[in-house]
Design a protein around this ligand. Structure first.
Ligand SMILES: *[C@@H]1O[C@H](CO)[C@@H](O)[C@H](O)[C@H]1NC(C)=O
Ligand SMILES: *[C@@H]1O[C@H](CO)[C@@H](O)[C@H](O)[C@H]1NC(C)=O
Length: 208
């Protein structure tokens, strides 16, 4: 047990150290220069042909990503950059589908002027449109087929309710009908029974 636990713990520590180091390391294709005293880093990844946003130092305060081949930003990519003051993501072939909303909302919080410079390249329906002017409805795969689903549910419910009503009507009709049958049967039995009783009474009288 112990022999397996120790290497696992050691691996965890190594992993943590590695991650901590990663968080403070300059991405290989970028140039990082410190700003003032402990104020963070200028991370310049401008014109590097990047297709993805690299792992950035958490103390990044100025981030230049303009003129790359970025198409999207994964959700959460910039969440750890609490010291960020300036960002430039212009001149990238942004793919404005639903996933781009993370970048849009993040830039709305951090820098409206940077958001203004984000122009969509794809899909064709959003080509050359500024991201700031697109809403969730205009972004592919954001639109949920909710109204159709609702309608589906409506028709299904309507069908179920109609079925229930028909079953109810049929059942009550059947019950009424069967009651009448029972009643008629009783009445018939009674009419048959009466002469029989009278006959028996007569026979009794006669035999006495
Ligand atoms: C953009 O980047 C390309 C290389 O990816 C470079 O050749 C070009 O000069 C850059 N343009 C600007 C305006 O920096
Ligand atoms: C981003 O950089 C480009 C080119 O370097 C520049 O033209 C643009 O004004 C900058 N945008 C912002 C918001 O800083």
């Amino acid at each position: 047990m112990n022999t397996t636990k120790i290497p696992t713990a050691a691996r965890c520590v190594i992993l943590m150290l590695f991650c901590t180091a990663q968080a403070g390391v300059c991405p290989p294709s970028c140039i990082c220069t410190p700003v003032g005293e402990m104020k963070g880093w200028v991370v310049d990844c401008n014109s590097r042909g990047l297709k993805e946003v690299p792992v950035l130092p958490v103390s990044t305060s100025k981030l230049y990503l303009q003129n790359n081949s970025l198409t999207t930003v994964n959700t959460g990519t910039f969440d750890s950059l609490s010291r960020l003051e300036e960002v430039n993501v212009s001149d990238n072939p942004w793919n404005c589908d639903c996933r781009i909303l993370y970048l849009k909302f993040w830039l709305e919080d951090v820098s409206e002027s940077s958001l203004a410079s984000v122009i969509c390249a794809t899909p064709a329906s959003n080509k050359m449109k500024p991201l700031s002017q697109l809403s969730g409805n205009e972004l592919d795969s954001c639109r949920m087929p909710l109204p159709i689903k609702c309608l589906d549910f409506f028709w299904r419910d309507l069908a179920l309710i109609s079925f229930a009503v028909v079953v109810f009507i049929l059942t009550s009709c059947a019950m009424k009908f069967s009651k009448r049958l029972v009643y008629q049967a009783i009445r018939r039995q009674y009419y048959f029974a009466v002469p029989l009783l009278q006959k028996q009474n007569l026979e009794n009288h006669v035999s006495r």
